[in-house]
Design a protein around this ligand. Structure first.
Ligand code: CP
Length: 367
């Protein structure tokens, strides 16, 4: 474990964070391919570093020089709104150069293979690839082909690690606020015994897999709620407490109700008599939301199918965290990119949180 260097004087607005070099590493390079690699300690560390970047995001100029001179490529071979823009925002706020690669407008359409494509882009000088792909294992393959860090931004039905991390960060942040304590230094004790229902299309959901692994590692009690046809064929290796087919029975007993998108593009419709029937049994309507206990949180990774897994008015409830999840995603991805790239040759330095621009006379930095 390495200790951080002291924070730069004027920028010392947050408690120092401990960054463990090598925690995200594999084969000498650093990657984030799966939540399973992190363990409770690794997750806690990322959440702690994220706190520092949430603070940066509140500044009038939310930009720091931590990754100046580094290049991050977002390589997306599947549609995305949140994850792609969030990673690109995160990299830019860290002062990295960002290359945005879309398969649809690339020479992949002329028949170039993924490997040739990735090696071509890497030859331009890339420090990190952020990869989304329809095939499970594609980011791991990229990690074998290039001498750069790789972050899994969602691969097929496999994993979506940064979604799970931002979800855990959001839960921890809200629980810390409720307890009147700052989330910084709060640890992850709040997850022990936390009752979380993950509801819906678990079978096709990489979010569910990563979130179950993260929550399980942190000691939460996870209940999967879904029709049998939308559960994975096997739950071996899934640290879940129980499985239920009855959402109404589960709702009064949970602290967090996490709704999954019905993934029509992966054929979820074929596993159901009809979307209408699915919604009738598993959609979080306002009648069902009223079954939740006081203070229970409602979450969704987006994009939402309004009127299917979540009703319009439920998405707008004060305890619905959908947009807060998105906001926190930028800070969590800043933390991940910083932990992968920010310490090379520095012996495990803390993030350089000094503002990128010197304040002009007469202005108050961060005001
Ligand atoms: N939650 C999520 O991964 O959203 P996008 O598909 O829009 O990136």
């Amino acid at each position: 474990m390495t200790r951080p260097a002291a924070m730069a004087g004027a920028a010392r607005t947050t408690a120092p964070v401990v960054v463990r070099s090598g925690e995200l590493s594999k084969g000498g390079r650093r990657h984030l391919l799966s939540v399973a690699e992190l363990g409770a300690e690794g997750i806690e560390e990322i959440l702690e570093v994220s706190d520092a970047f949430v603070e940066v995001g509140r500044r009038s100029i939310p930009k720091v020089p931590s990754l100046r001179g580094r290049t991050v490529v977002t390589l997306f071979a599947e549609q995305s709104t949140r994850t792609r823009l969030s990673f690109e925002t995160a990299a830019k706020r860290l002062s990295a150069d960002v290359l945005s690669f879309s398969v649809d407008t690339s020479s992949v359409k002329k028949g170039e293979s993924l490997r040739d494509t990735v090696e071509t882009v890497a030859a331009m000088g890339v420090d990190a690839f952020v990869v989304r792909h329809t095939s499970a294992g594609a980011p791991a393959a990229v990690a074998r082909w290039v001498d750069a860090s790789v972050v899994n931004a969602g691969d097929g039905w496999h994993e979506h690690p940064t979604q799970a991390l931002l979800d855990c960060y959001t839960i921890r942040q809200v629980l810390a606020e409720r307890s009147g304590r700052p989330s910084q230094g709060a640890g992850v004790g709040c997850f022990v015994g936390l009752r979380v229902a993950i509801v819906g299309d678990v079978r096709h959901s990489r979010v569910a897999r990563s979130l179950v692994l993260a929550l399980g590692a942190l000691g939460a009690e996870v209940t999967l709620v879904a029709p049998g046809s939308l559960l994975p064929p096997s739950l071996e290796g899934w640290p879940v407490t129980k499985v239920s087919y009855d959402l109404d029975a589960v709702l009064p007993h949970v602290d967090v109700c996490y709704l999954l998108r019905l993934q029509s593009e992966r054929g979820a419709g074929a596993f159901l008599p009809s979307v209408r029937e699915y919604s009738a049994w598993y959609g979080l309507t306002s009648r069902r939301a009223a079954l939740l206990g006081d203070g229970a949180l409602v979450m969704h990774p987006g994009p939402m199918n309004r009127g299917v897994e979540i009703a319009d008015d439920v998405a707008a409830l004060p305890q619905s965290l959908v947009l807060r999840q998105v906001s926190n995603g930028v800070a969590v991805r800043m933390a991940v990119l910083f932990m992968l790239l920010g310490q090379v040759g520095s012996g495990g330095a803390a993030p350089d949180l000094a503002p990128t621009l010197a304040p002009t006379p007469g202005t108050v930095p961060g005001a």
